[in-house]
Design a protein around this ligand. Structure first.
Ligand SMILES: [Ca+2]
Length: 143
């Protein structure tokens, strides 16, 4: 009968090896995060090549997220969330984005919410004067 003189041949060693390799594969691939991201993307309808694109009334193909980001940048040019109320607002940029978002405002508001954890219309109300908000809403087809 063989004795356990060679540790590399033992069951215990092979088990340790499998555990160590599995640990590195798991931490490198991070399948839990991957699965969560996939589920989130499926829920948001992001999976699929053109899933996140809209055609604007001007006939331009644009990414919904890109419009949401551009709206945020126009309201919060500093890029610092806590500065949004006092870092100025690019009204003209918002009007252009409003025209692009016509017919798809809800989708953009959803993307905006996902990115900023903030309500797009509430932020617009906070950033625009009353008459500016009316112009925005008219251009976005919300009135
Ligand atoms: Ca601002």
């Amino acid at each position: 009968m063989r004795n356990n003189s060679n540790f590399l041949d033992t069951k215990a060693f092979r088990l340790i090896l499998i555990v160590v390799i599995a640990y590195f594969v798991f931490s490198w691939l991070d399948p839990i995060k991957w699965f969560k991201d996939l589920r989130k993307n499926l829920q948001e309808g992001k999976v699929g090549k053109e899933g996140n694109q809209i055609t604007t009334p001007q006939g331009e193909k644009v990414d919904i997220d890109a419009i949401a980001v551009a709206m945020r940048n126009a309201m919060n040019p500093s890029g610092q969330g806590w500065m949004i109320g006092f870092d100025g607002t690019k009204e003209e940029a918002l009007y252009l984005l409003a025209e692009k978002s016509r017919g798809n405002f809800d989708k953009i508001a959803k993307a905006y919410k996902n990115r900023n954890d903030s309500d797009l219309m509430s932020d617009l109300q906070g950033e625009l004067e009353e008459d500016e908000l009316l112009i925005f809403q008219q251009k976005a087809g919300l009135l």
